[in-house]
Every structure is written in structure tokens, then in C-alpha cells.
Design a protein around this ligand. Structure first.
Ligand code: FRU
Length: 515
């Protein structure tokens, strides 16, 4: 059984060098095991997130085939059923009706004579354009067959993703002589009445069109000279969003994962805001502009759910919480790899231009288990309130006053802590995991990650979700986000707000347990 975290305030007392360990012991003694499995199966239970998807065991990377059908959110993923390293890629499968509780299903796609099953997307073929479904609807998954060369293949399912047939006509797109040629994502482009497939080809995204989802015609490319090129481009994603909720003012967002060359080192996600006419993408920002979706180290290969019902209307995505710089060194056991929280994505007009916003989907609030509220003055080096819990959803609003930093110490123990907050002088959101825990992952893991956060002179607003080994920080309206893995010590269960450089007035601090 899951052991929900109940936050409890433990008085006005500092934790650094304090007695956090004793308070935390009970929680960890209770352990955690996903439903139906004994706690003993988890050699590192203290790092198993409660509200983030992790596979029961073995290696996971990118989210794949995110699609909604008949009230179920499908989340396939890059998976090695035989070990904890990136090898022998299959598509694992998990299903949820609320984006919070995930049920892991049997492996969906296995390697065949064309190779391993690399990343890709899925769509609902509502009207049976493909002819696979006797009138439809059915699911089609597009993926890269990674053998001697990378080619694009498809598989179809007429039983809501429970079983799959690999198409005998695979590959549907052959390799044109490009080594890195992968990660097909398909969208329906209503205005031009066609299916559009995009894939990553070395330093660019190629676009294809089709009417039957089987035959694809290449129509354009986008990439060279635009954005960041510190590494190979991977995992494209494309969608249209209203700006500040105005349906008459929309933009297309092209999302590209890049490895290496990210702002925190290694892999990261960049995006472009512009127009898409069904054939090609035209960015609105200058070519030299690079926009990062996340300033942290552990948000990669993000993909959004296809076919979310119109009455829902949200664009939601999730990313792999790791980094190719050290993914195979993360010491969790018997699993390796976690998904970010599903997040709702939006666009907002800022002084710099139109930018992406992200916030955890509202469903996460349904996983809250208890609540503490505090308000008051935070003085540099003074005592603030302290809370306990290792899976917490925190909302902070503060008038920074004379303070230059307003933040939270999270997952704090005797000898470890992670700092998150806003540096007002620098105009930055930050996560500092330099002292996250005693475990060494790789050189460079101990670092401070930042993302520009210009939010005018208004209050500091932070939403912080910590979940045992995951930290996600959303600044302002979510226009700055930092996602980082941490590996805290066994006693690291304290959280407290702090200020530097002066006195801040916390107008509200709400600490919710998650379970
Ligand atoms: C991104 C990626 C994809 C590839 C998959 C292989 O993390 O490298 O480009 O399809 O992982 O597992």
C-alpha cells in the first residue's frame, strides 16, 4: 500500500543541524510499494516517487504514444524489460483515467526484424482513414525501428491498446541516408485536412503529409540556423495553443529535444513559437533565439497527449525525468527512470514575446492528503516554520520586501538539502542540488540550475512539488520551470521557507501532503 505523506508543522525550528532525522524515521519505516507488491521488492524505496509514474522494475526513458481514448490516458514508454540499462528497447505501457494513478500493463511493442522499438507517438484514427479498423476508431502507434538503420514503422490496435499488430508494410518511411532519423510524431492538421508526421533528422525536423496514415510524402524541413544546435535533435512535438486563453489569437509551438547542449548540461527541451500551415513551420522569434522549456537537468523527450476530448480542451504533456549525461548512473532500484508530473501547457504574452507556461495538471490536487498553512515574516538567518514530508505540493506567495532571495529548503536532512526559489536580483528561478544528498551520481550532478523569471514587481509566486527523488519548481504563472532529480539521504524529510538579504513577507505558504 502507498503510504501517504501527511505534512505536519513541527514548530518554529530550524532543521539544518536539527532533529529532522528522528521525525522522519516513522515515514520511511513504513516504506512504500506500488499497489500489490511487497515493500521488499524496492531496495531504494525512499527514492520511489508516490505521484510520479515509475515502472515497477527496470529501465525507462522517453514517454511514447501519449493518447487519450474512451476515458483512458495511455502512456507508453521506452522500456527495457530485461534490465536497468538502455538496451533492447520495447514500448512499455501504462494507463490512467486521472493522470495521477497509473496502472502498468504488459509490454505493448517488441523488437522485430527491423530492429528495436524507439520513440514515437500515437493517434486515434477516428474515421478509419488507414483502413485497419473496419470503420474505426482504432489506435495507430508510429515508432522508429532501430536496426542497422533507423526507419519509421507503425502498429495498430483495435482493442484500446491492449494488443498491437505491427504493419506488414513497415517501414512506412525508409532511411534516406541519415544516421539519426527517428521519433515520428503524428498530428491531424484540420485546416489543411491532412495527417502530418514530423521526425527528427540529425539537425532538423522533417515534415510529411498523408491522407491514409500509411503513405507519407516529405514536404518540408526546419532547423538549421534556428535555436540551439549543441547536440542532435530528437523527439519533435507540434501543437496549436491560444495566447493567454484567447481562441482567436493562437500560435503553433514546435518542440524539439536536444542532446547534448541543454542549459543545465546534457539533454534538454527547446521550443519555437510560430505558424504551421500544414506543410511547413515558420518561427516568429529571431533565428538566434533559443527558448528552453525547462531550466533544469531532468526534463527530456517531452510529448503531449493526442486526442484529448474537445470538451476538456487542455494541452498536456509529460517528460522523462532524467538526462542522458547520467541516466544510466541513477542508483534507484529496481527501477530506473521516472516521468514528470503531467503538466498543462499554455502560451502567454511577455515583455520578451510569446512564451510557454506549464503547471501541474489540476488532477494532482486530488492526490493531496493533508494541508498546513502559514503566513508571516521571513528574516535572513531567522527561524521560519518547518514542515515534514518527502512528497509535498507547496504553494508560496510572498512580498519579497527587502529580501533578494525567497526560497524553500526541501528534502532536508542532517547533511543534505535542496534549495529552490527566486533570486530577485538576478531575475531567476533556481534549484540548487549541490547538497542534495550523500550519493555521488556523476561529476556535474551537484549543481545550481537557473531559468530567467521576470515577473515585474509583483509578489513572488512559487509552486513546488517534491516527491522523494523529484523536484519540480514552477515560477510565476509557470513561465519558468526547473525539473531536477535528487537523491536525498534517508533522514531528508524537512521543508522550510527562507529569505536572504533582507526580510520577506510570506502572504501564504500552503504545504500539502501527496499520496
Ligand atoms: C531520446 C531518444 C530518442 C530515441 C530513444 C531511444 O531520449 O534518444 O531519440 O528514439 O531515446 O530510446
Amino acid at each position: 500500500m502507498n503510504t501517504p505523506d501527511q505534512p505536519h508543522r513541527i514548530g518554529r525550528r530550524l532543521f539544518i543541524g536539527g532533529t529532522g532525522a528522528a521525525v522522519g524515521a516513522g515515514l520511511f519505516a513504513a516504506g512504500f510499494a506500488p499497489a500489490g507488491r511487497p515493500a521488499a521488492a524496492d531496495p531504494t524505496p525512499r527514492w520511489r516517487p508516490l505521484v510520479h509514474f515509475t515502472p515497477e522494475r527496470n529501465w525507462m526513458n522517453d514517454p511514447n504514444g501519449l493518447v487519450h481514448l474512451d476515458g483512458e490516458f495511455h502512456q507508453f514508454f521506452q522500456y527495457n524489460p530485461g534490465g536497468k540499462d538502455h538496451a533492447d528497447m520495447h514500448w512499455g505501457h501504462s494507463v490512467s483515467t486521472d493522470l495521477v494513478h497509473w496502472e502498468e500493463r504488459p509490454v505493448a511493442l517488441e523488437p522485430d526484424e527491423l530492429g528495436e522499438v524507439y520513440s514515437g507517438g500515437a493517434v486515434v484514427d477516428h474515421d478509419d482513414d488507414s483502413g485497419f479498423f473496419d470503420g474505426g476508431p482504432g489506435l495507430i502507434a508510429f515508432y522508429t525501428s532501430a536496426g542497422d538503420e533507423q526507419v519509421q514503422s507503425l502498429a495498430h490496435s483495435d482493442d484500446s491498446g491492449r494488443s498491437w499488430t505491427m504493419y506488414e508494410g513497415n517501414p512506412v518511411i525508409g532511411n534516406p541516408g541519415i544516421e539519426d532519423f527517428r521519433d515520428p510524431k503524428v498530428v491531424w492538421h484540420a485546416d489543411s485536412g491532412a495527417w502530418v508526421l514530423m521526425l527528427a533528422a540529425d539537425d532538423r525536423i522533417l515534415f510529411y503529409r498523408s491522407s491514409d496514415l500509411r503513405e507519407w510524402e516529405e514536404v518540408s524541413g526546419f532547423g538549421p540556423g534556428h535555436g540551439a544546435h549543441g547536440g542532435v535533435w530528437e523527439c519533435p512535438e507540434l501543437f496549436e495553443l491560444p495566447v493567454d486563453g484567447d481562441d482567436r489569437n493562437t500560435r503553433w509551438v514546435l518542440v524539439v529535444s536536444i542532446n547534448p547542449g541543454g542549459p543545465a548540461g546534457g539533454s534538454a527541451v527547446q521550443y519555437f513559437v510560430g505558424d504551421f500551415d500544414g506543410w511547413g513551420f515558420t518561427p516568429h522569434d529571431p533565428p538566434e533565439q533559443t527558448l528552453w522549456a525547462d531550466g533544469g537537468s531532468d526534463f527530456y523527450a517531452v510529448q503531449s497527449w493526442s486526442d484529448v476530448p474537445e470538451e476538456d480542451g487542455r494541452r498536456m504533456w509529460t517528460g522523462w525525468m532524467s538526462n542522458w549525461d547520467y541516466a544510466e548512473d541513477v542508483p534507484t532500484d529496481p527501477w530506473r527512470g521516472a516521468m514528470s508530473l503531467p503538466r498543462e501547457v499554455g502560451l502567454t504574452e511577455t515583455a520578451d514575446g510569446i512564451r510557454l507556461t506549464q503547471m501541474p495538471v489540476a488532477e494532482i490536487e486530488g492526490a493531496r492528503t493533508g494541508h498546513e498553512h502559514w503566513e508571516g515574516e521571513l528574516v535572513e538567518d531567522g527561524e521560519g516554520p518547518a514542515f515534514t514530508g518527502t512528497s509535498l505540493d507547496v504553494e508560496l506567495e510572498a512580498d519579497p520586501g527587502s529580501a533578494s532571495v525567497v526560497g524553500l529548503e526541501v528534502l532536508t536532512g542532517q547533511d543534505c538539502r535542496t534549495l529552490v526559489g527566486v533570486d530577485l536580483d538576478a531575475g531567476e528561478l533556481f534549484v540548487d542540488r549541490t547538497e542534495h544528498g550523500s550519493v555521488e551520481v556523476t561529476e556535474g550532478f551537484r549543481a545550481r540550475h537557473t531559468m530567467r523569471l521576470e515577473d515585474g514587481d509583483g509578489p513572488v509566486r512559487l509552486r513546488v512539488v517534491v516527491d522523494r527523488s523529484t523536484v519540480e519548481v514552477f515560477g510565476g504563472r509557470g513561465q519558468a520551470v526547473i525539473t531536477d532529480l535528487v537523491l536525498p539521504d534517508a533522514d531528508a524529510d524537512a521543508l522550510r521557507p527562507y529569505a536572504e538579504g533582507g526580510t520577506a513577507h510570506v502572504t501564504s505558504l500552503d504545504v500539502h501532503g501527496l499520496g
